[in-house]
Design a protein around this ligand. Structure first.
Ligand code: ATP
Ligand code: MG
Length: 317
């Protein structure tokens, strides 16, 4: 099936001379939830803003739902809903008026039944007569989503939907995103959190310094990233692993002063109790222990060093 969004060789240099995107190639599949993961300043909002026609690209081509975003802007834009990173809406309007007005902006005929459904789905129905200014931050965020959905877009961008949002709303958000996908909407969201990408996405793209470093099916990526380590500082160094400790998940480090136990964090906590029992049996004592998980930072480091992210010969360096 054709991708719903196709981005080819997209670059953006801001007027300041800063290059925020470098030859980005990316295809979003129809009906998927795609998470764009990257640190501050990676280029996530720039990428979204170009697809939504808010920022002009310096080079490259973007098609959204079969429409070139520059030549055929209105058609492309009407297939897209955007929930921006910054909440911005008319504070003195009511929820109902804001969402209805937003629909009108896209030239869609009034459809109170649809607007009602959107508000009910987002638990905003009781608030429909309230002015935006009187709503809590989480409620305002829901209004932004309702606005983005007001013209029945096929594609929804959520730029950091859960930044500064409490646990409950975060969970609601995840559920809502899945429900939207069920109704046929393609969703692209950005996040800093691996956990969030894991909860929500079918595929994950990692962006760093304006370059897409990797695009992968979530399960395959988590397989690679979900490693966790327990490090035990031994009271007495070991020359080699004794018989009872020889298995794939154990290794010696720091000249035998550390025993490293690696396990897959996605499958629970490993068998730490079992390991401690084995150590006690062998009379091996430790004075300290630490656990660590592969962080986003480390993931980027490891990705940047992978051969696939080296510049290809035909590219300019
Ligand atoms: N209007 C602008 N003029 C100049 N530079 C800009 C402009 N907008 C963004 N940038 C720069 O481009 C880079 C990418 O910014 P962008 O907002 O796309 O990052 P981001 O991945 O969304 O970050 P965050 O996670 O903090 O939202 C940053 O270095 C930013 O300072
Ligand atoms: Mg951003």
């Amino acid at each position: 099936m054709d991708p719903i969004i196709s981005i080819k060789q997209l670059s953006k240099t801001y007027d300041s001379g800063f290059q925020a995107l470098k030859n980005v190639d990316l295809e979003i599949r129809r009906g998927e939830i795609f998470a764009l993961l990257g640190p501050n300043g990676a280029g996530k909002t720039t990428l979204i803003s170009i697809v939504c026609g808010i920022v002009n690209p310096s080079a490259g081509q973007v098609d959204a739902d079969g429409h070139d975003i520059l030549r055929d802007f209105r058609a492309a834009r009407s297939s897209i809903g955007l929930v921006p990173q910054e909440i911005s809406t008319d504070a003195f309007e009511t929820v109902w008026a804001t969402v209805t007005f937003s629909r009108g902006l896209f030239g869609k005929p009034a459809n109170p039944a649809y607007v009602e459904k959107v508000l009910r789905d987002l638990s905003l129905w009781d608030k429909r007569k309230d002015k935006i200014i009187a709503l809590s931050g989480g409620m305002k965020r829901r209004v932004m989503i309702a606005k983005a959905l007001s013209h029945e877009p096929k594609i929804l961008f959520l730029d950091e939907p859960t930044a500064g949002v409490d646990v409950e709303l975060r969970r609601d958000m995840w559920e809502m995103v899945h429900a939207l996908r069920e109704s046929g909407v393609t969703i692209i969201l950005t996040t800093h959190y691996i956990e969030e990408a894991e909860q929500m996405a079918d595929r994950i793209g990692v962006i760093n310094h304006g370059e897409i470093v990797l695009v992968e099916n979530k399960h395959a990526l988590m397989e690679k990233l979900g490693k966790k380590e327990l490090r035990l500082q031994l009271s007495e160094p070991l020359q080699a692993l004794p018989e009872g400790l020889r298995d794939q998940s154990l290794a010696l480090a720091a000249d035998g002063h550390e025993l490293v136990y690696s396990f897959d964090a996605r499958h629970g906590q490993g068998d730490i109790a079992g390991l401690l029992r084995r150590l006690a049996k062998l009379g091996i004592e430790f004075k300290d222990l630490r656990t660590r998980e592969s962080s986003l930072e480390e993931i980027f480091v490891s990705l940047v060093h992978e051969p696939q992210s080296q510049p290809r010969p035909e590219e300019e360096v």
